[in-house]
Design a protein around this ligand. Structure first.
Ligand code: GUN
Length: 289
């Protein structure tokens, strides 16, 4: 078994981006600039946005966080989105999800200028991704593809089972793995909560991508010996022995599955850091466009 080390791979990507930014600055150009809108005070969202700011600092990007109260109306949020769309100093921005219940996420996502949509969530970018046209691929699938590429994993002709059909991870992952690219060229099965014979199906996968947000869901009997296992889950589970009061648990029962697999991503230190690095890559791309 070999670990797919997202932590070191993401460090490599951040170093590459930092070198590019240093070069830009040496040429007298401004730095790429990422903005994030954060509505309300959800603890996990606070952490995610703080990490994005930290990543920007590390690679030399400028960053701006726009904090809005939980009671912000949809129209007020749309006005902020509009301001960022029209601010030529901002190359890309994200609206941190989830949003409070009274705000329609879909309307907000639709309002983001596709050229600044570094999350790759808006329909124009999802459509471009489906067609293989230039786009921003959302950060987690992009990070997984990058991880497979950097480890030079041959995916051609393999059976890839993607567990979970979310718009952000499962669905784009299935599309990317089926495309005529490397990594890619897989025969893909997109499995979900209504899928029958899930254990047998997963056990037939050469590549298993678990993205359902259920801690330790994938057990050893669901994994083919020699499979490549990608764990997207990062559920916070209470752990009173830690200062934070929680630990991060993946969708895969790592202890049981690791020895059976050829390659596996750990949690933490696998897909998570690659997701973070992907947002930096997309922001640089937005700047270069
Ligand atoms: N919430 C959890 N992950 C993400 C993400 O990748 N982008 C945004 N905008 N919100 C999130």
């Amino acid at each position: 078994m070999e670990l797919l080390d997202g932590k070191s791979c993401s460090q490599e990507i951040r170093r590459e981006i930092a070198n590019t930014v240093a070069q830009l600055k040496a040429e007298g150009k401004r730095a790429p600039h990422l903005a994030a809108i954060l509505v309300g005070d959800d603890g996990a969202s606070e952490t995610y946005v703080a990490n994005k700011v930290k990543d920007c600092e590390e690679v030399g990007f400028d960053s701006t966080v726009i904090r809005l109260p939980a009671a912000t109306s949809e129209d007020e949020l749309l006005a902020e989105v509009d301001k960022l769309n029209n601010n030529s100093n901002i190359d890309g921005f994200i609206v941190q999800l989830p949003l409070p219940d009274h705000i329609d996420e879909h309307r907000v996502t639709l309002a983001i200028d596709p050229y600044k949509d570094v999350d790759g969530f808006c329909p124009a970018n999802v459509g471009n991704m489906c067609l293989g046209l230039p786009t921003f691929v959302s950060a987690t699938p992009n990070g997984i593809m990058e991880l497979l590429a950097r480890y030079k994993i041959d995916t051609t002709g393999k059976h890839c089972v993607v567990l979970g059909r979310s718009n952000i991870v499962g669905t784009p992952m299935a599309i990317l793995m089926s495309r005529n690219t490397n990594p890619g060229n897989c025969t893909v099965t997109l499995a979900h909560s209504r899928t029958q014979n899930l254990t047998e199906l997963c056990a037939s996968a050469d590549i298993l991508v678990a993205a359902i947000g259920r801690p330790n869901f994938v057990t050893a009997d669901m994994v083919k010996p020699g499979a490549i296992v990608i764990d997207v889950g990062i559920t916070r589970v209470e752990d009173s022995s830690r200062a934070s009061g929680f630990k991060l648990v993946g969708d895969v029962d790592f202890e049981a599955v690791a020895d059976k697999s050829a390659y596996i991503t750990p949690v933490p230190g696998g897909v998570g850091p690659m997701t973070r690095a992907s947002l930096m890559q997309n922001t640089l791309k937005a700047y270069q466009r």
